[in-house]
Design a protein around this ligand. Structure first.
Ligand code: ACO
Length: 326
């Protein structure tokens, strides 16, 4: 059996740290509220002149270095992002040009925080079509530039960062076992950015009304997210004939510690085997999972044969999951 296997990883977060104590000076909030409601203590924020592809390139170069590969060997670059450099061209094309991946086909996926699982799913299909292909998939976000820094309900949650993985085909049991993707567009108003697109093109009015920033109904989203994460995790387990106890690590989208603990409880998954780094980076949207995979990989936590359960949830609303044998 040929499977798409992750052969290397890389990640990058900008050096500038924004702590909860600093946020206390910006909006009516407290470190105690943020930590108890979300699990976040600090997040990384880019400087004004940095674009999403700049973060992605740093992650991409680390993944290439680990693989001992040149960028010219890549066949595809697929980036999950909700905060692209520009509406068009796609951020993957900027990454392609900056790293010199001359023959790679580049395109983006915009499916909320779930986007990275979509990119893995696409890589899996491309590699099953031709196992020799080398596919780089990324999650990269600059959430700080679409955040309303006066809205305490959202500005405490998000951060900037990027993660990349390279996959290729390999005979055997290691690799992506399955991916599972879902959406429910009727719930779009739970999380959206109204301004700048064809529905509300940029104007003085859209700027004055702050429509170019994240709008979120956090409390309603919370409940939908818990159910969706639990359901898609169970779906991924059932599809592969696995039980919670067979899984070595769950690597979830880092949205909120309480959401993840509640979802894990619904499927009887022990939180000790759930990887969390939200405390340090906040919610970096589609970048959370590849950053977490890279941290675990580089620290030697992931051993060949480990079973990893992925799950994510985001704007759309979208949700997705998958199982990887490392
Ligand atoms: N500091 C202090 N108080 C605050 C803050 C803050 N930063 N933000 C909101 N509050 C207040 C509210 O105004 C409200 O006050 P009120 O009772 O006087 O009206 C009170 O705290 C409770 O607000 P809730 O929204 O009910 O608080 P909740 O316990 O739901 O926590 C939170 C809010 C953390 C946003 C939570 O709902 C959540 O995490 N939701 C999911 C958000 C999420 O994960 N989004 C991203 C998913 S998709 C993606 O990753 C892109």
């Amino acid at each position: 059996m040929i499977r798409a296997r992750i052969i290397s990883t890389g990640s990058y977060v900008p050096p500038k740290v924004l702590t909860n104590a600093e946020l206390e000076k910006m909006v009516d909030t407290s470190n105690e509220w943020i930590v108890s409601r979300s699990g976040i203590r600090e997040r990384r924020i880019v400087e004004r002149d940095v674009a999403t592809s700049d973060l992605a390139v740093q992650a991409a170069l680390k993944a290439l270095e680990m693989a001992g590969m040149s960028a010219e060997e890549l066949d595809f670059i697929i980036t999950g992002t909700n905060s692209p450099d520009m509406f068009f061209p796609c951020t993957s094309c900027f990454i392609q040009s900056k790293i010199g991946a001359k023959k790679a086909a580049g395109f983006d996926i915009l499916a909320g925080c779930t986007s990275f699982i979509h990119t893995l799913s696409m890589a899996d299909k491309f590699i099953k079509e031709d196992p020799k292909r080398k596919v780089m998939v990324l999650g990269a976000e600059i959430m700080s530039k679409i955040t309303d820094w006066k809205d305490r309900g959202t500005c405490v949650l998000f951060g900037d960062g990027a993660g990349a993985v390279i996959l290729t085909g390999e005979e055997g049991e290691r690799g992506i076992l399955s991916t599972h993707l879902h959406s429910d567009g009727s719930l779009w108003e739970l999380l959206y950015m109204p301004g700048g697109g064809s529905a509300n093109p940029p104007s003085h009015e859209t700027i004055e009304k702050n429509l170019h920033c994240i709008k979120m109904a956090g409390n309603q989203l919370f409940k939908v997210a818990v159910r969706a994460l639990a359901e898609v995790s169970q779906e991924a387990l059932d599809f592969n004939g696995l039980k919670s106890e067979d899984i070595d690590y769950m690597i979830p989208h880092q949205a909120n510690t309480r959401i993840l603990e509640a979802a894990a409880k619904l499927i009887n998954f022990p939180t000790e085997r759930m990887y969390l780094n939200i405390e340090r980076f906040g919610n970096t949207s589609s970048a959370t999972i590849p950053i977490a995979i890279d941290e675990m990989n580089r620290s030697g936590k992931l051993k060949p044969g480990n079973l990893i359960l992925l799950c994510s949830f985001g704007t759309g609303v979208t949700w997705g999951g998958g199982v990887i044998r490392w």
